[in-house]
Design a protein around this ligand. Structure first.
Ligand SMILES: NC(=O)c1ccc[n+]([C@@H]2O[C@H](COP(=O)([O-])OP(=O)(O)OC[C@H]3O[C@@H](n4cnc5c(N)ncnc54)[C@H](O)[C@@H]3O)[C@@H](O)[C@H]2O)c1
Length: 255
């Protein structure tokens, strides 16, 4: 098999529909020679159905990143399909409704804690669960919505993303000795299921349409997936702790 990811064994989390960023990553990775194993959360039969739409139907393993039993058994369940991993994609985010939408000052800790558990701490949990399978080094990639600035209504999800970006730098520091890189892709707004639950998402869409110098397609996750695949490949061998923007250049331009 030829291609940018020829011979790579990848674990891709976060597929729920065929609009998921993770679906595009899995598709592009397979088209470029990778073997892909998916994880699914909750609605497993739906994820299995979506997995059949990939160029190669991919196996689906159940994973709730907040469930320690799922994490503890992940390695052995992945080994039923591949003999190790060269790359892991974290494409997971969730915040309860009270954590978004302008009630930042009132959100209770329990809801903030859930957002941080699913969206931030899980990056570390997934990495350590996969570490025994990555004995030849590899690449871990996570997804953010650039959290270096505050956005109206994004609220605690922004805090969770800032934590994720920082956690990636710490993973880069602690996993470098194993030959494992950790990088984050910061995407512009994309119409996925997660995006539907974000109040004021249409304001992001308008802002990107107006400001991104390269323009921005709200329904096309492929540019984002390409960057993820590039970071999973051997073409970023000395890059870790980095955040790559795939946002049409929006972040570089003042309002
Ligand atoms: N859509 C956007 O505009 C956008 C922009 C930048 C970054 N992102 C990020 O990209 C990632 C993927 O989101 P998406 O936009 O493809 O949406 P999506 O809804 O397709 O994917 C989100 C995934 O998170 C999974 N998930 C939620 N809770 C989980 C849990 N406890 N355990 C395991 N999985 C869980 C869901 O099952 C789903 O597959 C997220 O981190 C999101 O914040 C999205």
């Amino acid at each position: 098999m030829s291609g940018l990811l020829a011979g790579k064994r990848l674990l891709v989390t976060g597929v729920i529909t065929d609009a998921s960023i993770a679906f595009s990553v899995a598709k592009l990775a397979q088209e470029n020679g990778a073997t892909v194993v998916l994880t699914g959360f909750g609605r497993l039969s739906l994820v299995e159905r979506i997995a059949k739409r990939l160029p190669e139907p991919a196996p689906v393993i159940e994973l709730d990143v907040t469930n320690q039993e799922h994490l503890d058994s992940l390695g052995s369940r992945v080994r039923e399909h591949v003999d190790g991993l060269d790359g892991v994609v974290h494409s997971i985010g969730f915040a309860p409704q009270s954590a978004l939408g302008g009630t930042f000052l009132e959100t209770p800790w329990e809801d903030v804690a859930q957002a941080l558990h699913v969206s931030t701490f899980s990056y570390k949990s997934l990495a350590t669960a996969c570490l025994p399978l990555m004995d030849q080094g590899g690449s871990i990639v996570g997804m953010t919505f650039d959290a270096t600035k505050a956005y109206p209504l994004y609220d605690w999800m922004g805090v969770a993303k800032a934590g994720l970006e920082s956690a990636s730098r710490y993973l880069a520091m602690y996993l470098g000795k194993h030959g494992i890189r950790s990088n984050i892709v910061s995407a512009g707004p994309l119409r996925t299921m997660a995006a539907k639950s974000i109040p004021g998402f249409s304001d992001f869409e308008d802002a990107w349409t107006r400001r991104a110098p390269l323009g921005w397609e709200l329904t096309n996750p492929e540019p984002t997936a390409k960057a993820v695949c590039a970071l999973l490949s051997d073409w970023f061998p000395a890059t870790t702790g980095e955040m790559v923007h795939v946002d049409g250049g929006y972040h570089a331009i003042a309002a």
